[in-house]
Design a binder for this molecule. Structure first.
Ligand code: ZN
Length: 260
């Protein structure tokens, strides 16, 4: 069976799984936006160049040869000049949330180059010092922008039920903003004031760099992160475990409060 030519591309490492004693299965986002899974033989051997190039969230120049089931990464080296993410728990959780969205939204072997550009820009901003509310802002913006690129743009200006411009409610499953009449028929609708609507608009329209510099209240950032997760889940119909974990950061209640 013909297996096609080898592929050389810049790629971002989104996920790794251990295989046998010294190998890894690496999930990559290639520069053309396709999701690739490849076996990196010997990548867990100490000090190997392949190992360094397969570290999570790094950008590498990889050579992928078609294999029987998965591609085989026959060569890889880190791309110079791409900032490394700080080895900080909250930052790495934010990166994992972004990787989670991309993996859930992409199909293996298919993709859009614009998704690669979006991930590159998001990771570039995550390499800067950011507090948790700003990490939440970047991840939320990433999720809403990615969904919009793939055809699931959130509607915030008119009621998705009747087209009225008097929107005061929001519901992910319905597709966005709702007027009071339409919201009355939707049990899961939540209040959506002008202030929060402006924030969702900013997430859709503003570059990451601008959002990273914008003052934001911690409760607004946490709310936006919850909304972005709910929106992405509703569109993709998947659990998004890493995204959910990230959204849970900083929202841990005391065990007593949780049961009272
Ligand atoms: Zn309506």
């Amino acid at each position: 069976m013909a297996r096609g030519p080898a592929k050389r591309t810049h790629a971002i490492v989104l996920d790794t799984t251990k295989l046998a004693e010294r190998d890894l299965i690496v999930t990559l986002l290639a520069r053309d936006g396709t999701l690739e899974r490849a076996v990196a033989k010997g990548a867990r051997k100490g000090g190997s160049r392949l190992g360094a190039a397969c570290e999570l969230y790094r950008t590498s120049d990889v050579l992928l040869a078609p294999g029987r089931n998965l591609s085989v990464m026959t060569d890889a080296r880190l791309v110079e000049g791409v900032p490394m993410l700080p080895q900080d728990f909250e930052v790495l959780s934010a990166a994992a949330a972004i990787a989670d969205c991309v993996k859930a939204a992409s199909m293996e072997g298919e993709g859009e180059a614009i998704v690669y550009a979006l991930v590159t820009r998001a990771f570039e901003i995550l390499s800067r010092p950011l507090d948790l509310p700003h990490l939440q802002l970047i991840v939320s913006a990433f999720a809403f922008k990615l969904m919009a690129m793939l055809g699931w743009r959130v509607e915030i200006d008119v009621c998705v039920g009747c087209g009225s411009e008097d929107v005061r409610w929001f519901d992910c499953v319905s597709g966005g903003a709702l007027c009071s009449d339409c919201a009355a028929r939707v049990e899961s609708a939540e209040l959506f004031g002008a202030h929060r609507r402006d924030w969702v608009r900013a997430l859709l329209l503003c570059p990451f760099a601008e959002l990273a510099e914008s003052p934001i209240a911690a409760d607004d950032a946490a709310w936006l992160a919850r909304l972005a997760l709910a929106w992405t889940r509703a569109q993709l119909d998947v659990g998004l475990k890493s995204f959910a974990f990230f959204v849970g950061l900083g929202q841990v209640e005391s065990p007593i409060a949780a049961f009272s």
